[in-house]
Ligand binder design. Structure first.
Ligand code: FEO
Length: 427
């Protein structure tokens, strides 16, 4: 571990710029549902200028003591003239109320959208003086005398309030959650810590992937910048060829969809199902065969129990259509289906089509429940689901095949004869 980190001191990451964050090596679950094998860090930074000190973000409330110890090692409270809040999620704003109490002269700099969240974070009592606040946008800057902090509005990365801050003279980008990793290593810098590529990519998948378009817009603001260091709010400080992290994010965000807009190939349909006795599996095969009859549509079908959920989520991310099959157990779809469906809110799904099917014994609610969930996830459900009571007969398999074919037509927007399908035909 870096000696300064061990002794709760600030760590210089550029001339006059210090990391004053906190380590949380034992954390195993972040934000209720994100598993981390390597804990995380809550990164906060200070920038010293001729006219005072700026603090950029704070830490989770539970780690405030560590943050204040580090902050006091590099600045006096009465030197702090600015507190820049790039993101108000509690892992970065937890120590803010106490910091404002210790440095009451400091002005807050935050995005216009963050302003609406600030009172919810501070919960001021009646009679408390309003904080000194300035909202900033792309193009705005804050001078510390000989150093300038410029602001980049980067909404939805990872909340609507988020912004990035750029120290122009030194090429330091305080990026907020972007380029973060849930990876705690007291050696702090990317060229000193262990290999964290999987955690870097996983952070993108878990946190940033739903916001692909805002992310690409943010990259367009960042790519022209001279960069010596990227200082995110989680994980290692990135100083070894920092531009490669931008390139990796662009690669992840622009991963071509498996569809007509990528390499000239036709759209793709992914069929995923669970099956206890093979009835729903036989339906899946018939649906796949019917969809494959439509020229240009690429079709895959997989048994959920044979695949890791993360791989299936990636598969769905690249597909144009998703068909889910489930038997009905006790009036519901089965658990592997819900596990998958509950993993899809990390994807941008609007614009894809969805559908459901399944075998059932007596009530058969699974298809309707899956369709409702798909609609809630913003998929279009253009063809009513198909159900079969227990074992599918030949006639029912023909119906499944026709169902698959209609879904493929919905994907291509044309019938076999080349006739363009109107949206209202699909319901
Ligand atoms: Fe690390 Fe979105 O907070």
């Amino acid at each position: 571990m870096n000696d300064a980190v061990q002794h709760r001191e600030g760590v210089e990451i550029a001339d006059g710029v210090h990391w004053v964050g906190a380590l949380d090596p034992d954390l195993r679950t972040f934000d209720i549902c994100l598993h981390t094998d390597h804990g995380t860090t809550y990164n906060s930074y200070t920038v010293r200028g001729r006219d005072g000190v700026a603090v950029i973000d704070t830490v989770k409330a539970s780690h405030a003591d560590e943050f204040f110890a580090r902050l006091e090692s590099v600045a006096d409270y009465d030197e702090i003239r600015a507190i820049v809040l790039d993101h108000l999620e509690p892992d970065h704003s937890g120590a803010l109320p106490e910091l404002m109490r210790r440095a009451p002269q400091a002005r807050l700099y935050l995005s216009p959208r963050a302003l609406g969240l600030l009172n919810a974070v501070l919960k001021p009592a009646d009679g408390d003086p309003p904080p000194s606040v300035e909202t900033v946008d792309t193009g705005d800057s804050l001078s510390l005398g000989d150093r300038t902090l410029r602001f980049l509005h980067t909404p939805f990365l990872h909340w609507p309030d988020t912004q990035c801050t750029y120290l122009a003279e030194d090429g330091v980008l305080f990026s907020g959650d972007i380029f973060g990793s849930h990876y705690c290593d007291g050696r702090l810098f990317d060229d000193r810590v262990g290999a964290f590529d999987p955690e870097f990519d996983d952070y993108y998948r878990q946190i940033m992937r739903p916001f692909r378009r805002p992310l690409i817009a943010a990259l367009e603001l960042m790519e022209p910048l001279d960069l010596t260091v990227i200082a995110p709010t989680h994980g290692p400080v990135l100083r070894d060829r920092p531009r490669r992290y931008l390139a990796r994010y662009r690669q992840l965000a622009e991963r071509p969809r498996i569809g007509a807009d990528s390499d000239g190939a036709g759209p793709s349909l992914v069929i995923l199902y669970a099956s206890a006795y093979g009835a729903t599996a036989r339906m899946a095969e018939a649906i796949a065969a019917g969809a494959s009859d439509q020229a240009g549509v690429r079709v895959t079908h997989h048994d959920l129990s044979d695949n890791e959920p993360a791989a299936l989520v990636d598969l769905i991310d690249g597909a144009d259509g998703l068909v889910i099959g489930s038997p009905t157990f006790n009036g519901d779809a089965v658990k592997p289906v819900w596990d998958l469906l509950s993993s899809l809110n990390t994807l941008e799904l609007a614009g894809k089509i969805g559908a459901a099917f399944g075998s059932y014994g007596w009530s058969g609610e699974a298809v309707r429940l899956i369709e409702e969930r798909l609609r809630a996830l913003k998929l279009r459900v253009p063809v009513a689901g198909v159900r079969v009571k227990l074992v599918p007969c030949d006639t029912e398999l023909v119906a499944c095949r026709a169902f698959g074919h209609r879904l493929a037509e919905a994907l291509t927007g044309t019938t076999d004869t080349g006739r363009v399908i109107e949206l209202e035909e699909l319901g």
